[in-house]
Design a protein around this ligand. Structure first.
Ligand code: PMP
Ligand code: GLU
Length: 392
C-alpha cells in the first residue's frame, strides 16, 4: 500500500495531458499539443556551448548543495541588474527546477494545518504541494471580469491567525495576468501588518511579459525580508528539460531548503548549472526575440479564440497561455459525449479534434480550458480551426 500522504496527491494534469498527446502521436495520429507549458524553441547556442565546455572541463562531480558559488553569484548579479534587488549568495538556493524550489520552500515552512493562501486560477502544482506539506489551501476565487486578479480586500479577508504563506504568480500560469507595481504595493501594505506570513513570489514567467518591465513584490522594503522569489531557466531560456530553478530568500529559509535538499536530491545537475551560469551572465537578446514571437502568437490566438462562438477570454499580458471561459459548452451532449465539466470538454477536444489542452479544473477554474500557444502559427491555426469545427 502506498502511503496516505501520497494517495491524497493528484498527479500533474499538465503532464498527464502531454503524455496522452504523445501516446496518440505514437499511434500515428496527428495530435497538436497545446497542453504542457514549454517553449518550442531550442536552447540558445551560447548556453549549449557552455554546457559542452563544462562536460569537457570535467564538471562531473557533486556540486555544493545550493549550487556552485559562481552560479549563485551570477544570479545575485541578475537580480541587481534586472530587478534592482540586492541579495547575497547565501540567500540563493538552486534546485532541479522551480517546481522543486517551491516544494522545498513549502516543506521548509509549513506545519500541519498551517494555511497557505492561493489565488485561483492557480498553477496545478501549488495546491498539491501544500497538501504534501500537510498544510491547508485557502483559495481566493477570481473571475474573468476582474482579469483573474485578486483585490486587496479579498487578500485581507483570506488572512487568518493560521496563515503561514501566500503564493503569488505574476505573470500568471494559467491566465497570463500580471499584477502592476501599484497592485503589488497595495498587497505589501496589507501583508506588512501580518509579520508571520511568508510571500512566495513565483516569477518564472518574468521575461514573457508583453507590457514592459517585470515587477517583483520583493521590491517593497516593508515586506522584503519575508519574500521568497522563485525563478528559473525553463521558460526564459527555453530550457525545460535541463531542470534548474532557484529561490532568492531570507537566509533562514535558504538554509532550511539546503538542508532539506541535502537529504533528498543534493545539488542540481553540474552541467546544467554551468549552462545556467552562462545564461545569467549573457545578455537578454535571445529572451527578447522569443518574447516577441510569443507576443505575435498571443495576438493570433486571441483572434482565433474570438472566432469560436462562446469562448470568452481575458487579454493576457504575459506567459504563453490563453484561458478561455467555455461555460457555453458545459452541460451539452453530443454523439454520446456528455460534457459535464472542463475535463470532459478537453477529452472531447482531444479525441474528436486531436488537440491536447488542459482542463480548467486542474487550475481551480472548472469552466475554463488552458491552451499553451508555445507552438508555430500554422499549428495554432490548424488547432483552433479543428476546435471550432468540432464545437459547432
Ligand atoms: N511555476 C510555474 C507557474 C510554472 O508554470 C512552472 C512550470 N514550468 C513552474 C513553476 C516549474 O518550472 P520548472 O520546474 O520547469 O523550473
Ligand atoms: N509548468 C508547465 C505547465 O504548467 C509544465 C508542466 C508542469 O511542470 O506541470 O504546463
Amino acid at each position: 500500500m502506498i502511503s496516505k500522504r501520497l494517495s491524497s496527491l493528484s498527479p500533474s494534469e499538465t503532464l498527464i495531458m502531454s503524455q496522452k498527446s504523445t501516446e496518440l502521436k505514437t499511434k500515428g495520429i496527428d495530435v497538436i499539443n497545446l497542453s504542457v507549458g514549454e517553449p518550442d524553441f531550442f536552447t540558445p547556442t551560447f548556453i549549449k556551448k557552455a554546457a559542452k565546455i563544462a562536460i569537457d572541463e570535467n564538471y562531473s562531480f557533486y556540486s555544493p548543495v545550493p549550487g556552485y558559488l559562481s552560479l549563485r553569484n551570477a544570479i545575485t548579479k541578475k537580480l541587481k541588474r534586472e530587478n534592482n534587488l540586492k541579495y547575497t549568495t547565501e540567500q540563493i538556493v538552486c534546485s532541479n527546477g522551480a517546481k522543486q524550489s517551491i516544494c522545498n520552500v513549502l516543506l521548509s515552512i509549513i506545519n500541519k494545518g498551517d494555511e497557505v493562501i492561493i489565488p485561483s486560477p492557480y498553477w496545478v502544482s501549488y495546491v498539491e504541494m501544500v497538501k504534501f506539506a500537510e498544510g491547508t489551501n485557502i483559495i481566493i476565487p477570481t473571475n474573468i471580469e476582474q482579469d483573474f486578479k485578486i483585490t486587496p480586500e479579498q487578500l485581507e479577508n483570506a488572512i487568518s491567525s493560521q496563515t503561514k504563506a501566500i503564493i503569488i504568480c505574476s505573470p500568471s500560469n494559467p491566465t497570463g495576468s500580471i499584477y502592476s507595481k501599484d497592485e503589488l504595493k497595495n498587497f505589501s501594505k496589507i501583508l506588512e501588518k501580518y509579520t508571520n506570513i511568508i510571500i512566495i513570489s513565483d516569477e518564472i514567467y518574468e521575461h514573457i511579459n508583453y507590457i514592459g518591465k517585470h515587477e517583483s513584490i520583493a521590491q517593497f522594503k516593508n515586506i522584503h525580508d519575508r519574500v521568497v522569489i522563485v525563478n528559473g531557466i525553463s521558460k526564459a531560456y527555453a530550457m525545460t528539460g535541463w531542470r534548474l530553478g532557484w529561490i532568492a530568500a531570507p537566509t533562514w529559509i535558504a538554509d532550511a531548503c539546503s538542508k532539506l535538499q541535502s537529504q533528498y536530491t543534493s545539488g542540481a545537475s553540474s552541467i546544467t548549472q554551468k549552462a545556467a551560469e552562462a545564461a545569467y551572465n549573457g545578455n537578454l537578446d535571445c529572451v527578447k526575440i522569443m518574447c516577441k514571437i510569443f507576443k505575435h502568437r498571443l495576438n493570433l490566438m486571441i483572434k482565433l479564440c474570438l472566432d469560436i462562438p462562446g469562448f470568452k477570454i481575458n487579454y493576457p499580458q504575459g506567459a504563453f497561455y490563453l484561458f478561455p471561459d467555455c461555460s457555453k459548452y458545459i452541460g451539452k451532449s453530443f454523439r454520446g459525449w456528455k460534457i459535464k465539466n472542463s475535463t470532459d470538454l478537453t477529452m472531447y477536444i482531444l479525441e474528436e479534434g486531436h488537440v491536447a489542452s488542459v482542463a480548467g479544473n486542474a487550475f481551480g477554474a472548472p469552466n475554463c480550458v488552458r491552451f499553451s500557444y508555445a507552438t508555430s502559427d500554422d499549428r495554432l491555426i490548424e488547432a483552433m480551426t479543428r476546435i471550432k469545427n468540432i464545437l459547432q
